[in-house]
Design a protein around this ligand. Structure first.
Ligand code: AMP
Length: 421
């Protein structure tokens, strides 16, 4: 039976916010972390972005803040401090606190470097309950006595491994020294180096340890499949699958920019609404392509690995590897865009004979075999690379669009084409 948010002991105000945000059931990390953090336990969590980790700490901590004695109005002393590696993550986490806490009265302030400190100081003067900060700038405010950390009762280190990679350890230690000793501590990290373990050991008391997705382990909810196809028939196969599968959004990966463009053009010719995104496109063109994709104006986005980095598309139903990546870890990044936060996703790879070694390398990184599925070739039309008579239909015409009620548009326009076996 699927768990619901009301079983986690959250207050009515938080449950209402969760419902308004459209979350129906808690993700695995939320199921385990929320009750423990709500009860005041320390937490050590191995979890990456996409697992729902932010809500896993924000919801129970908001509840605790609401239950505790509030600060006097205008106090510059936060009760919750969240340290994050980057400005982008600070913004994201701050947004989550505001969204989940929309029916509560907790004030969140963001603090990060690279911008004027003035507005941050002004915001602090108006009072604060929660600070989400990058360590360096926070330290500046501490040194300038613009912020008082002596009332902090809950601390979160989010993406601790990245903070260490970015050289923040000394700043973190200085910030820790400014905190009172009695507090709840939560540490989130995607990886566990010796340095992280040392940090955790000095910080956490009898922590609940949760591991949702070990390093490089792609979301469990992704179904991986491979179709073995010849290079020359990949486009026809993809085109067919896209039309038959009726998936509203598919992200397709190619290895090269040129390949991305060409594939997008060809799919368009096949009647599939498509956009390409890669390094040679202007920022405007990329933003537009992404917006069109998110708004369902195009069904397919064709991307290269580099262009896809940092693409924020959650809960994408399907990722297709038109070509396998050179670097096996890129496979994990690619498919990390589907099956996020409790949604199921499909990762489909079209693999030609010359890519067999790459497939094996990917399976080694995943630690398991990927299912090779036979391809039903009825209905797949490969452009004439053979003499026409060799392509004459050998088998009865398969019903086009078994799942789609209507045959695809181009088939309707041109009539049924030749079948390839
Ligand atoms: P995070 O791992 O915290 O970066 O969250 C990844 C994405 O999942 C965010 O867009 C969240 O809004 C979304 N999310 C988090 N928890 C849930 C949930 N229980 N149900 C649906 N979406 C969620």
């Amino acid at each position: 039976m699927q768990m619901s948010f009301d079983q986690l002991g959250l207050s009515a105000d938080l449950l209402r916010a969760v419902q308004e945000l459209g979350y129906t059931s808690p993700t695995p990390i939320q199921q385990r972390a929320i009750p423990a953090v709500r009860d005041g336990r320390d937490l050590l969590a191995a979890a990456q972005t996409g697992t729902g980790k932010t809500a896993a700490f924000a919801l129970p901590l908001l509840q605790r803040l609401a239950e505790e004695q509030p600060n006097p109005r205008g106090s510059r002393a936060p009760r919750l401090l969240v340290l994050v590696p980057t400005r982008e993550l600070a913004a994201q986490v701050g947004e989550s606190f505001n969204a989940f806490g929309r029916h509560l009265n907790q004030r969140t302030i963001l603090i990060f470097g690279g911008v004027s400190p003035r507005p941050q100081i002004d915001a602090l003067r108006q009072g604060v309950d929660i600070i989400v900060a990058t360590p360096g700038r926070l330290l500046d405010h501490i040194n300038e006595r613009m912020v008082d950390l002596t009332k902090v009762r809950h601390l979160v280190l989010d993406e601790a491994d990245r903070m260490l990679d970015m050289g923040f350890i000394r700043d973190i230690r200085r910030v820790l020294a400014a905190l009172p000793p009695n507090r709840q501590n939560l540490l989130f990290s995607a990886t566990f180096s010796e340095e992280i373990r040392t940090l955790a050991k000095g910080l956490l008391r009898d922590p609940l340890t949760i591991e949702v997705a070990p390093r490089n382990a792609p979301a469990e909810l992704v179904e991986h499949r491979v179709h073995l196809v010849e290079q020359g028939e990949k486009r026809a196969v993809l085109s067919h699958l896209l039309r038959e599968g009726a998936t509203p959004q598919t992200l397709v990966f190619t290895r090269t920019k040129h390949g991305a463009n060409r594939l997008a053009e060809q799919l368009e010719k096949d009647g599939i609404q498509c956009a390409a995104i890669h390094g040679n496109k202007s920022q405007n063109a990329r933003t537009k392509a992404l917006a069109d994709f998110k708004d369902y104006k195009v069904q397919v986005l064709v991307a290269t690995d580099i262009a896809a980095r940092g693409l924020d598309i959650t809960e994408l139903p399907q990722v297709v590897n038109y070509e396998l990546p050179h670097v096996p870890e890129d496979y994990v990044h690619r498919i990390g865009r589907t099956g996020r936060a409790g949604a199921t996703g499909q990762a489909l790879s079209l693999v030609s004979a010359d890519e067999a070694d790459r497939l094996r390398a990917i399976e080694r990184v995943l630690g398991r075999k990927i299912k090779v599925l036979p391809l039903d070739r009825s209905g797949i039309r490969v452009q004439a690379e053979r003499p026409a008579h060799a392509q004459a239909a050998q088998r009865p015409q398969a019903p086009h669009g078994q799942r789609n009620q209507r045959p695809p548009q181009h088939a309707r326009q041109r009539g049924e084409g030749r079948r390839y076996r």
